[in-house]
Design a protein around this ligand. Structure first.
Ligand SMILES: [Zn+2]
Length: 80
């Protein structure tokens, strides 16, 4: 499971334990790091980094996958 480290202000990827910045002030992971946002409803982790999402790309519904490719192209994950 991904979790939030309050003090450091980072999330930890639920799969590979990579630290993700940009958690914001409220301790809520950004949509792009939420597997549910990408239609990965069977994913037990609540927070995933770009690389782990990339591995699961084929499991995404095609509309979500197109959006994901767009996000990657736009560099939306760069700050991770
Ligand atoms: Zn990861």
């Amino acid at each position: 499971m991904g979790f939030y480290r309050r003090r450091q202000g980072v999330f930890v990827c639920g799969n590979c334990s990579a630290e993700l910045k940009g958690a914001g002030r409220h301790g809520v992971a950004r949509n792009r790091n939420n597997p549910y946002f990408w239609g990965l409803t069977n994913e037990p982790a609540r927070v995933l980094c770009q690389q782990c999402l990339m591995v699961r790309k084929e499991q995404m519904p095609s509309i979500r996958r197109m959006k994901f490719n767009q996000y990657v192209k736009l560099g939306m994950f760069r700050e991770n």
